[in-house]
Write a protein of this length. Structure first.
Length: 231
């Protein structure tokens, strides 16, 4: 099978402006992957399936990954003016100090596809796509028109992570019921205090409910005190 570098070059030769990046895997497996630009992903997928040398006709697995917002701390050197006394004379002089600056790197959702060739007996080729963020820009193109086996697996990723696959023929929840809120595989997902199908709460559920109630009541008291409202 071609190397990931050769596959990248073949894609770029076949699909103008494909925007493919190699994502290295430092583990012993060395299973590097290709990150696709969503806007050209369908063209790239069609090429990977139809190219006679690659013939990646089987999509075996679709996986979702949640990457929350991440706080990044960086140390930078800053030069500033400070007063200094030299020979009895006070003057401004440069002083270089090291500061720690923090910024938040926005999170995103990622979908990972594993492709094989049943005709050529090789694989996997691993593809990745990212959403813009985790809130209101979570759309990615569906690969179901290219590989039918993506249909139910993309529905699972939609259900559990919240990725919206444009062009999917039947995008709806697969594991959770229609009225279920949120997406259980998100890293910031919080279990509800009780469930519709569990009429008798367990001790753990009761303890969680009491903790949430206490926190809510404490926040309400603090809010009233802050606004000077009478109790």
């Amino acid at each position: 099978m071609k190397t990931v570098e050769e596959i990248k070059a073949a894609i770029e030769a076949a699909v103008a402006g494909a925007g493919v990046e190699i994502v290295p895997n430092p583990s012993p497996s060395g299973q590097h992957s290709l990150r696709l630009t969503p806007g050209r992903a369908i063209e790239v997928a069609r090429f990977l399936r139809d190219d006679p040398d690659l013939a990646l006709d089987f999509l075996s697995n679709v996986t979702g990954v949640d990457w929350p917002d991440k706080e990044i701390a960086e140390k930078v050197k800053v030069t500033r003016k400070v007063p200094k006394t030299v020979d009895g004379v006070e003057q401004m002089a440069d002083e270089t100090i090291e500061e720690t600056r923090k910024h938040v790197e926005p999170g995103y959702l990622e979908v990972v596809y594993h492709l094989f060739s049943s005709a050529r007996k090789h694989g996997p080729v691993v593809l990745r796509m990212r959403t813009v963020n985790r809130t209101d820009q979570v759309e990615l193109p569906s690969f179901t028109p290219i590989w039918r086996s993506a249909e139910f697996q993309e529905r699972e990723v939609f259900d559990l992570y919240g990725v919206v696959f444009t062009g999917h023929p039947d995008l709806r929840r697969l594991l959770m019921w229609d009225g279920f809120k949120d997406h259980p595989m998100r890293r910031d997902y919080v279990d509800p205090d009780d469930f519709d199908y569990e009429p008798t709460p367990h001790d753990e559920v009761l303890a969680r409910a009491k903790a949430h109630r206490a926190a809510h009541e404490g926040a309400a008291v603090a809010s009233r005190e802050g606004t000077g409202s009478a109790v």
